[in-house]
Ligand binder design. Sequence first.
Ligand SMILES: Cc1ncc(COP(=O)(O)O)c(C=O)c1O
Length: 469
Amino acid sequence: MREQLTRETTANVYLVLFSLSVLLNIFLLCQHFSFHSPSRPSSTISELSWTRRAAAEAEAVAAISCSGHGRAYVDGVLDNWRPTCECNTCYIGSDCSVLLSNCSADVDSGDPLFLEPYWMQHAAKGAVVLSGWHRMSYSTTDHFKSLELENHIRLLHAAVGNAITDGKYLVFGTGSTQLINALVYALSPENTSSPASVVATVPYYPMYKEQTELFNGRDYEWEGATAKWRNSNKTNFVEFVTSPNNPDCLLCDSVLGGSSVIYDHAYYWPHFTAIPEPADGDAMIFTVSKLSGHAGSRFGWAFIKDENVYNKVSNYLQYNSMGASRDTQSRIFNYVKVILAEIGSNADIFEFGFNKLRKRWQRLQALVNSSSRFSLQQLSPQYCTYFKKIRDPSPAYAWLKCENEEDADCAEVLMKGGIISRGGTKFGSSTQYTRLSLLKTDDNFEMLLQKFKPLVASSDENTSEISSF
Ligand SMILES: Cc1ncc(COP(=O)(O)O)c(C=O)c1O
């Protein structure tokens, strides 16, 4: 009897052990396959080896305190073998803690540093580690282009709903700046007695004129504002359409309606504008500078419908630079993946950028509207297919007009008041207008408001609300 009991107990113990072993194996198999899914590269390394020094250096430099008014970089100027702080405008000192008195607010350039805090808040997501032998070759997965970056850019446009990319070729450029001339060249007829006229609607982004004039050749020349050509019989135009426009941030379409239109959609992302529908132009330019804020990486892309135009652009890029930097492509690949993965989460870069720019616009607008000396472009709330609601304006720039006759040169008026802006004539417009960039650091923006207050207060009709901004 006792013997039988012992045998049964032993059998039960074996059964339990066997069941546990089966369960353990199932668990280990699940672990194995979940870590080896295609979306998650396998990692059998439990301890880092050769990346440790670089990672430690990156973190040590990022930890250097620049008082929130600057930052240190691994390749910054060294002092005692340690990179020094690079301070925001108006701040000085080894830790950028000293605010200069009488410093002008610099809101001239479109430097997209408003997104810097996003990447600081999500430091782990933004970090990229490259080996010393990373893509040393001239060629990458698709000649000069990373195929996976191309795939992810197309996925991003589909997810944001800002462009139709199916059936269009994609080219990468060293910033969209490189693609501006590449497309002008490709859309201009060759060996013709009448060169293409390159035009844009006032106020236009100055680079179109500057670059076209720099390269003015046999096949194309800068012919100024579309308004001049609206009723002419002339054909052969290459028209730039910037939508939303730089500097007034309005959504725009072609004025001349010709066949060669270059749509510059640098700002057609939800942080700057409502997205009413996906763009579907035959030649569309985008840039990472205004998407993720990485202007220093110099990366832009263009979708091109026509195969001949695509071939000509590809030739141009081949002879001009042999394609966009492979290191840059790797870095941008990471940012595009992060942006895509975080859509709709609380780390959504579009939500972050939109909130920041909307607040800036509202504060500036309230200040400007408190007097009749200045006015701003009219922007209205609009339905956005990305946020799926009517959303307030959040423009990249304020297109400021000086309303008084005695303030004939608006940029000059601001300059005297300690604000560096970009005058209207640069955009083919009049001196009555000037552009204020809302894309720079918080320090730049706060200084802008500080300097703007007395300009508004010096007008007759100011209200008592001003002190609250
Ligand atoms: C309308 C427009 N297009 C193109 C660019 C150039 O961008 P990237 O940095 O890609 O050369 C800018 C930059 O401010 C811009 O405003």
